[in-house]
Write a protein that binds this ligand. Sequence first.
Ligand code: C5P
Length: 402
Amino acid sequence: MNFLEKKKILLIISGGIAAYKSLDLIRSLTKLQCEIKTILTKGGTEFVTPLSVASLSKNKVYSDIYSAENETEIDHISLSRWADLILIAPATSNIIAKMSQGISDDLATTVVQASNKNIFVCPAMNVRMWEHASNKQNIEKIKSYNYRIIGPFNGEMACGEYGDGRMADIEYILKELDNFFKSKSNNKKFRAIVTAGPTREYIDPVRYISNRSSGKQGYEIAKSLFNNGIETTLISGPSKLIPDPNINFLKVNTAEEMYKKTVESLPCDVAIFCAAVGDFKVKNLSEDKIKKNKDLNLDFEKNIDILKLISKNNNKPKLVIGFSAETSNLHLNSKQKLQNKGCDWIIANDVSKKDIGFDSDFNEVSIFYKDKNVGDEIIPKTYKSVVADEIVKRVINQLNLI
Ligand code: C5P
């Protein structure tokens, strides 16, 4: 289904070399039957002409806030109210800086400042500009206003340098927009909990034992659930990743904290336990920093098993899904885990394989079902975001059956 059909997109093109790609973006959006109005910033007009934008979008192009013609015909408020969504592509570091500070000195920034709509920003700039501390701060600032950032991508730039800063591919931008409208159109409300990332099991106030989990697979699952209209709570151990601002996000350190937050977040329809929870914790946690002149002998005890406990909880979600990382006997170990944990599905990955698992953008998983009538399935190696979409597709099918 095309969720972009008949949607009104207000596209702002600011002045970067990637502006030429916006012409393709307009073409693709019109093919998907969007209605498009465009604002070209002063810099934008240096890279693409109002005439080419107008002919592709089949609509008028707006540019100068002080134009008498524009002000009588359409003002900055009504232009923003007209749109279902505002898309800024490419967004230069300059327009991002202005938006972060509320500077409204042209039509584009005035419309954004006056907007009550969802704003999507596709940054495109040189890698050094992207990585500059001021730009990083500005990005964090606009994220805190709930603006969504698409990209940038990594690769070779127009200037010949290499790194993060290329505007996201058109296909990717379209998918993000489609997901957004899909999440709004789905009004059957399910609730989900996802755990992700590692846990830290403390030895003393400054030292801990942890693992290499990045949280990527769990964050992608949470994002996909949300994109499918499911109200999602993501409970995460320490991770560098930033979740979508619409996801209820709870940060934890230890397995105990993760369990507590999970129980507090019940009831829900589906719980997906993606976190790499520490299997052991230190028995006698030292209140003071342990001195190095002493011998260090640590006693461990089994940690709380969140998946097992939630599977037995009176408030057990309709569907409880565990993950398992295995290096051998994937089938046997996963079937045993299904029984032992009491959950409904186990999603297993063979971590002995190269290029998948910890910190990678890729994964390959097998799904084992408690229901003996349903055969095991494999999702072959692909992006973790695609694995997430595949899992969520199956979750939604199952929830609609229960
Ligand atoms: O027993 P194992 O660690 O292989 O089980 C993995 C699954 O159990 C994962 O879904 C993980 O999130 C969950 N788990 C948990 N609490 C633990 C250990 C694992 O919830 N203490």
